[in-house]
Design a protein around this ligand. Sequence first.
Ligand code: SF4
Length: 322
Amino acid sequence: MPVPDAPLDILLCAPRGFCAGVDRAVQIVELALQKFGAPVYVRHEIVHNRYVVEGLKAKGAVFVEELDEIPDTGQPVIFSAHGVPKSVPEAARRRNLFHLDATCPLVTKVHREAEIHYRKGREIVLIGHAGHPEVAGTMGQLPPGAVTLVQTEADARALQPAAPERLAFVTQTTLSVDDTAAIVAILKERFPAIVGPHKEDICYATTNRQEAVKRIAARVDAMIVVGAPNSSNSQRLVEVAQREGCFTALLVQRAAEIDWQRLAGVRCIGITAGASAPEALVEEVIDAFCQRYSVNVEAITAAAETVAFNLPRELREAARTA
Ligand code: SF4
C-alpha cells in the first residue's frame, strides 16, 4: 500500500478509449433495442469489453457465438464491429433473419480491398493475428485458399507465393504500426511488384493511441492500459509501451485488477485505454489512484479525432429521436 498522500503524476494519453467504430457498434445495439425492443441478438461480443457487453445484456441484448444459437425470430441480429465472413449474412438471409451490420466501416474497407485484389487475379497476403475475429472476417470474404495469413517477420521471409508478380497485401486494422511496417518492408524487398494500401490498413484510432503511448512511455515509471486481454489494440498498447522503455505496462479490465505491489515506489504513471474500453473505466482507474496518492493529472494529446461513421439506414430515425 503506498504512503497516503504520496505525490503521483498521471500522464493521461489522448486519444484513448472508444473509437468511432466501437461507438457506432454500441449505438447500433442500443438503438436496435430502443426501436425493436428486447431481445436483440448479437453475434460475438459486439466489441471486446466485458463491461460494455454486460451493460448491453442488462438492457436486453443476447450474445451468441453462432447464428444457429438464435431461434427463428423477427427480432434483429447484429454482427459485431470486427466484421464477419460472407457466409454469416448469407446464412442469416437463408433463415430470413433480419440482420444489422455493426462492422466498422474501416474493416469493411479492408474487405473491399481484398475483393478488388481477388477480382484482379492477385494472390493476397493478410497481415494479422490468427484467431482474431477480424482476421476470420477478412479471410471469409473470399474462397478458401485465396488469402494467406502472415503473422510475423519470419512468416514474411518464408512466404512462397505461386505468382510473386501478382501479389497484394492487406492488414488487420489493429496491429502494431511498427511491427507491420517491418513485415511490409520484408514483403516489398522480396516481392517488389507487391501492391497494397498507401501505408497499411491500420486504422486512425489504433495509430493515434499507439502514438500517444510512445510520447509518454519514456517519461513514466509504469503504464496502465485499460482494456480486455482479447482486445488486439489494447495488447498492442502494452507492447508499444514496453518497447519504448516503460517495462511495467499493465493491462487491466477494471481498477480492481491493478497490481499495487508492482507499482510500489512509482512517482509518475501513464494511463491509456484500448479502443473498446469506455471512459467510465478510465475514470474508475484514476479514482483508485486518487484514493492512494495525492494525484496530479496532465493530459498528453497526440492527435485530435473527429471521425464519426453513419449509422445503418434502419436506425437513423431512431437516432434522431433518441
Ligand atoms: S479500432 Fe479502428 S477499425 Fe477497429 S472499430 Fe475502431 S476505428 Fe474501426
